[in-house]
Ligand binder design. Structure first.
Ligand code: SF4
Length: 239
């Protein structure tokens, strides 16, 4: 099966355990105001790549991944846009004994997505906002499917690392962070919670693509602001 791949990183250290092969897929249905990869949005972009070719490439680095407890991470864009392709790739990975991680917002639910969870060892679940109105305003999308996706992860006890991007004045309010904390507290399969500081390294891409970047005046959070954000989550996630 063929899918559209934006780019590959062969020595990823951050997106899952160990050293990882990271495939960034093309296509996203969200339009997050803080997105630093708007060049992944267009599903017609990227390079059409066969899952078998991708697997062969992954296998050429396998000793590094397996020695470090790593594996493969599929990210995006939003990889669930190409859920059937990821399903095909992850099936092949599991047959080859390779650890699989899905870096997603959980924004799409379909039979392929449901089946994909059977071949996924870890999900990096990128929570944008819990409040439906705030989520829509921030991303242009409803978060109804996110809740369903998360429920299914818990039902199947798929391991989850929660992620949330902290944007000063936008996604760092106490009420919103506490809602995330409460949500995490209700999930028995969460292994880790990571708050990621907003940065503007992708701003030039918005301009190059002719999109209006609205956060030009917003600065990345200070260390104190990040600590304050963690403090809001801590009562619900003491680890
Ligand atoms: S989900 Fe990721 S790729 Fe899609 S718009 Fe949001 S930040 Fe960008």
């Amino acid at each position: 099966m063929k899918g559209r791949v934006h780019s590959i990183e062969t020595m990823g250290m951050l997106d899952g355990p160990g050293i990882r092969y990271i495939a960034f897929l093309q296509g996203c249905v969200l339009r997050c105001q803080f997105c630093h990869n708007p060049d992944t949005w267009n599903i017609q972009g990227g390079e059409l790549t066969d899952s078998e070719t991708l697997l062969e490439d992954i296998k050429s680095y396998l000793p590094y991944y397996q020695a470090s407890g790593g594996g493969v991470t599929v990210s995006g864009g939003e990889p669930l846009v190409q859920a059937s392709f990821v399903l095909d790739l992850f099936k092949k990975c599991k047959e080859a004994g390779i650890h699989t991680t899905l870096d997603t917002t959980g924004i799409i639910w379909s039979p392929d997505v449901e089946q994909l969870l059977d071949y996924t060892d870890l999900v990096l679940l990128d929570l944008k906002e819990m409040d439906p109105d705030k989520h829509s305003k921030l991303t242009g999308c409803s978060n109804t499917n996110v809740f369903r996706f998360a429920r299914e992860l818990e039902k199947r006890q798929v391991k989850v690392w929660i992620r949330h991007v902290v944007v000063p004045g936008l996604t760092d309010d106490q009420a919103g962070l506490e809602q995330i904390g409460q949500f995490i507290q209700g999930m028995s399969n969460v292994e880790k919670v990571e708050l990621l500081p907003f940065h503007k390294m992708g701003e030039y891409k918005w301009e190059r693509l002719g999109h209006n970047y609205q956060l030009g005046q917003v600065s990345p959070p200070t260390e104190e602001e990040m600590q304050a954000a963690y403090a809001c989550i801590k009562p619900y996630w003491p680890q």
